[in-house]
Design a binder for this molecule. Structure first.
Ligand SMILES: Cc1ncc(C[n+]2csc(CCOP(=O)(O)OP(=O)(O)O)c2C)c(N)n1
Length: 651
């Protein structure tokens, strides 16, 4: 049952907060925390991050004039309390569900979300752009003098883009507020020198009273701290000046302050709001991930991401036992098996050790596993450097996050033909995280690179073979892309076998006069076989090929299918410009489309697929078995008659 929230019930929009006392705001924060926990217990999602910013959310909306003032949440995964306070409470239990609220901030969803996100470390750049737009308009005499507030986590601060933005902001001297939400956690424990620096800022200085801090701020900000803040020094165990690095970058540094204490947050934010100075300001707030919910605080990952759970116990819903392992886990075990036999194998993750399965690898080989922080670009070039020295780097980055490191893939890896092995988890449609996280483009963006080998397993046993194959490819970059979720239940080999390069396999041979060949890449094979079952039930037994390689193509087998079938359908969970395009290009040049062959490339449609569970996303994309059957029948000019469908055949 939802918790009682009498005060929160009176807050529909942030303006309702602005005439409440500090004490009342504290109660709103408590109720907001309870409401967030209850909502996420039903939907699943990024709970720990959201709980860490409850007080910050209340304080920012109470002090700043949102939505006129722009509030940008970095990543946007912590924005559930913000959604509750900004007119979306009635839909908060639809978070991440099909047709429901997004799990991230989104411009299309609310005017309180001035910038959409989901990939990290973009907030300062976007906020600076808005601030500069404001300044330029003001200079033209059309002034709308809003504030820009960016909230960025210490994990997100590990990415280069945040520094590029701060470097630029310091030089532009535009008025911008950056709140560093420092919970000393990324998804995993934070890594790197920046994280150590923030910890030092926290611990090495003796804390200053609020009065002393006020004196410094008064000197800097002529209007000074408000009186309430001056009186509050007995509460003030939190304000310190320092942050040399930020000061050097041109920011005015305030902090660290206790990010859960509204008595501290409110006066500091008011003062920052009222500052006359044109410099960007960085407020360093210390928070705790999972704050205020014991099961989250106690767990190692602070409930960064959870499935549905029991609020009283914190126990999360478990998948029924005995199901197939996830592709992630199969990859990790396969890499461990390869690494046991080859000491040159190393693994790299960009802040996703558990998401990529490399936490398992790191347990086994702590010296051969590198978490570089949220730094995909660095991860790729770092791997390239390792490859020049004969190491065999496996760079495990989700398909969607590798987008950020594209030039590094091209310039540092592909052009130098360095054997970096890219491991792309979450390729294809990914479910509740939605369009921002869909791995839709890798086949297009990798397939066009000269010399690149691109593999996609059709089941988890194939994945094991492809990991072995990647390990063996020593003269070119390679990539294995596989979907989110569980395997198909295939029997796993103890160790992978190296596959012949650029060779697919025939899974089923069709027959009859009106012949259809389905050429499937990767995860669509099971559905291609279901479609073939239905076609067979209609008297049209189809050939099915598992291409295994998007590059190099198995041109011999594809040509053979083109010569002996009336219809060839390619299918992949990827955008236009990927595998199907490569097949089409080849058949064109081989002259095999000159004689009437009906080629039908099935790819993701030219639009973004909204968040939902994966099966409806596949149906929405038109890649379900029924879509394959429809495509085949239409190409043959056969009108679909209802047939008795084998159990479980059609989605
Ligand atoms: C470019 C990119 N890489 C990886 C991720 C995955 N990711 C989502 S949240 C997160 C950790 C963020 O840590 P932090 O900024 O400290 O926020 P917290 O969750 O601790 O509040 C990561 C690595 C991402 N969203 N974007």
């Amino acid at each position: 049952m939802a918790p009682p929230t009498p005060l929160l019930d009176r807050v529909r929009y942030p303006s309702d907060l602005r005439n409440l006392s500090a004490e009342q705001l504290r109660h709103v924060a408590d109720e907001l925390r309870a409401e967030t926990i209850d909502a996420v217990s039903v939907t699943g999602g990024h709970l720990g991050s959201a709980l860490g910013v409850v007080e910050l959310t209340v304080a920012i909306h109470a002090v700043f004039d949102t939505p006129r003032d722009k509030l940008i949440w970095d990543v946007g995964h912590q924005a559930y309390p913000h959604k509750i306070l900004t007119g979306r409470r009635d839909r908060i239990r639809t978070l991440r569900q099909g047709g429901g609220l997004s799990g991230f901030t989104r411009r299309a969803e609310s005017q309180y979300d001035p910038f959409g996100a989901a990939h990290s470390s973009t907030s300062i750049s976007a906020g600076l752009g808005m601030a500069v737009a404001r300044d330029l308009r003001c200079a033209r005499g059309a002034c709308d003098d809003f504030h820009v507030v960016c909230v960025i986590g210490d994990g997100a601060m590990s990415a280069g883009m945040a520094y590029e933005a701060m470097n630029n902001a310091g030089a532009l001297r535009s008025r911008l507020v950056v709140i560093l939400n420092d919970n000393d956690m990324s998804i995993a424990p934070p890594v790197g020198a920046m994280s150590a620096y923030l910890s030092r800022l926290m611990s090495s200085h003796s804390f200053m009273g609020l009065r002393e801090a006020a004196a410094r701020m008064v000197k800097h900000f002529p209007r000074g701290l408000e009186m309430a803040a001056r009186r509050a020094d007995e509460y003030a165990r939190g304000i310190l000046t320092g942050g040399t690095l930020f000061e050097e970058l041109g920011f005015y540094y305030v902090g660290p302050i206790d990010g859960h204490n509204l008595e501290h947050l409110l006066p500091v934010l008011r003062n920052v709001r009222d500052a006359d100075d044109a410099r960007p300001i960085l407020v360093h707030a210390i928070t705790r991930k999972g704050h205020g919910y014991a099961p989250a605080e106690k767990s190692a990952d602070k409930y960064h991401g959870v499935v549905k759970f029991n609020v009283a116990t914190g126990e999360q819903a478990k998948a029924p036992p005995g199901g197939p392992p996830s592709y992630t886990r199969v990859f990790a075990d396969a890499l461990i098996a390869e690494a046991e036999a080859d000491p040159d194998i190393v693994a790299i993750t960009a802040a996703m050790p558990s998401g990529t399965g490399l936490d398992r690898f790191a347990k086994k080989f702590p010296d051969r596993c590198f978490d570089v922080g949220i730094a995909e670009q660095h991860a790729v070039t770092f791997a390239a450097g390792m490859a020049t020295e004969g190491l065999k780097p496996f760079c495990a980055i989700y398909s969607t996050f590798l987008q950020r490191a594209y030039d590094q893939v091209v310039h540092d890896v592909a052009i130098q033909r360095l054997p970096v092995r890219f491991v792309l988890d979450r390729a294809g449609l990914v479910g509740a995280d939605g369009a921002t996280h869909a791995g839709s483009y890798d086949l297009a963006y990798l397939g066009c690179l000269p010399g690149m080998v691109v593999m996609a397993p059709s089941d988890e046993a194939e994945l094991v073979h492809m990991v072995a194959t990647a390990a063996a490819i020593g003269d070119a970059p390679s990539a294995v892309r596989y979907p989110r979720g569980e395997g198909t239940g295939a029997v796993l080999p103890v160790r992978g076998t190296v596959l012949p390069l650029g060779r697919g396999r025939l899974v089923r041979e069709g027959s009859g006069k009106r012949t259809v060949a389905i050429v499937s890449l990767g995860s669509r094979l099971a559905d291609a076989l279901r479609a073939a079952d239905e076609l067979a039930a209609r008297g049209l037994p189809a050939t099915v090929m598992d291409a295994r390689f998007a590059k190099p193509l198995d041109t011999a087998l594809i040509e053979q299918l083109a010569r002996h079938h009336e219809v060839v359908i390619t299918i992949e969970e990827g955008s236009v410009g990927g595998f199907g395009a490569a097949v089409m290009q080849h058949l064109c040049w081989a002259g095999l489309l000159d004689g009437g062959l009906k080629l039908r490339p099935m790819v993701l449609p030219d639009r973004f697929i909204e968040h939902d569970t994966q099966a409806p996303q596949i149906a929405d994309a038109g890649l379900a078995p029924s879509d394959i059957v429809r495509t085949a029948l239409a190409a043959l000019g056969v009108h679909a008659q209802p047939v008795r469908v084998p159990a479980g055949a059609i989605a």
